[in-house]
Design a protein around this ligand. Structure first.
Ligand code: CP3
Length: 357
């Protein structure tokens, strides 16, 4: 079954999730949820502990347990590693904390060329060995493929520059325009960090990777193309030889979706603001898409949820290249019962071109 004899565990090549990522016919529409492991699950709150989530991430037993919780509860078609996009820079000693209900906070934000020295090359085995160890544990125990991930340079840089979550990223955009050379050097270092991190997760057994550029939608297309795209393209290209599907996602990306696709992922994550049929009009009929139910719909009555799920599936139009997901992460006050119901609905859906007898 495994195409790589060095793999100790099945590589899930024939799973519905990986087939959909390749745009190939498969049994049912696969589904997983961004932030499926998290505060909406009582079993997560029970094992997470009271400290920073970074403590839970640094404990492979706990992180592996949390990763698998939504797989067991919902029967989703993929597991996503329990970690955070800020883990590598925190492990490099940049001074990052993740405050509950707030997000990443940086003690001494990135301000000048001297701060580049605080971003030495990332060596996953030395700086954050617990991440690969968690991947290995999850891969050994998971019935479904495991997705590794990293933050894309622009989104991670935005936290390092702002120092705390910010709506419009004014400091980041001012920095980008005021000192383009230094901003480019910062993104370049962060691209190296992402490549090292993703490579190590794939070597530990991850079957796919997702590059999160959550806040790239804060940029206009020209700035995105000039400043951000070359770095995201370099990251994705560096992973090509490893042969796993690469997913690229950002929020509020309608005007730059075609440019995110041009970075070279197999799968384009679509946020809830761009309907899937419109995304395929923009990207071409063969585009493989992931998404994109509005997470806020999950707070609504069952008939509203059912209609919205049916709408997402209809807009995909039975294209085999569709991985069902939310259009951004699960909201903390989501009822897990609603997500379980969505999984049932989606997995009962058989794309008409699915090739099964
Ligand atoms: O289930 C999963 O999706 C896997 C785990 C995961 C986490 N963070 C755990 C987490 C993943 C894939 C991430 C990625 C991440 N982290 C992104 C990109 C994805 C996205 O949502 O756009 C971003 C922007 C971050 C930075 C970050 N970390 C934010 C904005 C927050 C929210 C702060 C809050 O408390 O509302 C976090 C914290 C975080 N990361 C939580 C989890 C489960 C919740 C906090 C907790 O349990 O303390």
């Amino acid at each position: 079954m495994s195409s790589d004899p060095n793999r100790l565990t099945p590589d899930h090549t024939d799973s519905t999730f990986l087939a959909a990522c390749r745009g190939e016919p498969h049994h049912h529409t696969p589904v997983w949820f961004m932030r499926q492991a998290g505060r909406s699950l009582p079993e997560y709150r029970a094992v997470r502990g009271t400290g920073s989530i970074l403590d839970a991430v640094a404990d492979p037993d706990r992180a592996a347990t949390i990763t698998l919780q939504p797989v067991h509860r919902y029967g989703v078609d993929a597991a996503i590693l329990f970690s955070d996009i800020m883990v590598p820079v925190q492990a490099l000693g940049f001074g990052v904390d993740i405050r509950q209900g707030v997000g990443p906070v940086v003690d001494r934000p990135f301000e000048s060329a001297a701060d580049l020295e605080r971003l030495r090359p990332f060596e996953p085995d030395v700086d954050a060995p617990y991440v690969a160890e968690t991947v290995r544990q999850v891969v050994a125990a998971s019935p479904v493929p495991v997705i590794g991930f990293a933050g894309a340079p622009f989104t991670v840089a935005s936290y390092l520059v702002e120092g705390m979550p910010s709506r419009a990223l004014e400091r980041t955009r001012a920095f980008m325009n005021g000192d383009p050379a230094l901003f480019d050097a910062l993104l370049d270092r962060l691209a190296d960090v992402a490549i090292a991190s993703l490579r190590s997760q794939i070597e530990a057994g991850a079957s796919a990777v997702q590059l999160f550029d959550t806040w790239a939608g804060a940029l206009d297309p020209q700035a995105y193309r000039q400043v951000v795209l070359p770095h995201s393209r370099r990251i994705l290209a560096a992973l090509a030889e490893l042969g796993v599907p690469r997913i690229h996602f950002g929020a509020d990306t309608g005007p730059i979706l075609h440019l995110m696709a041009a970075a070279g992922p197999e799968v384009v994550g679509v946020d809830w603001r761009t309907p899937l049929d419109e995304a395929r009009r923009l990207l071409g009929p063969d585009a493989v898409l992931q998404g994109n139910l509005d997470p806020a719909i999950c707070l609504e009555a069952p008939e509203v949820v059912d209609a919205a799920v049916a709408d997402v599936l209809a807009r995909n139009g039975d294209h085999p290249g569709h991985v069902f997901n939310l259009g951004h992460g699960v909201l903390p006050n989501t009822d897990p019962g609603v997500l379980a119901h969505i999984v049932e609905l989606v997995q009962a859906h058989r794309p008409s071109r699915d090739g099964t007898p």
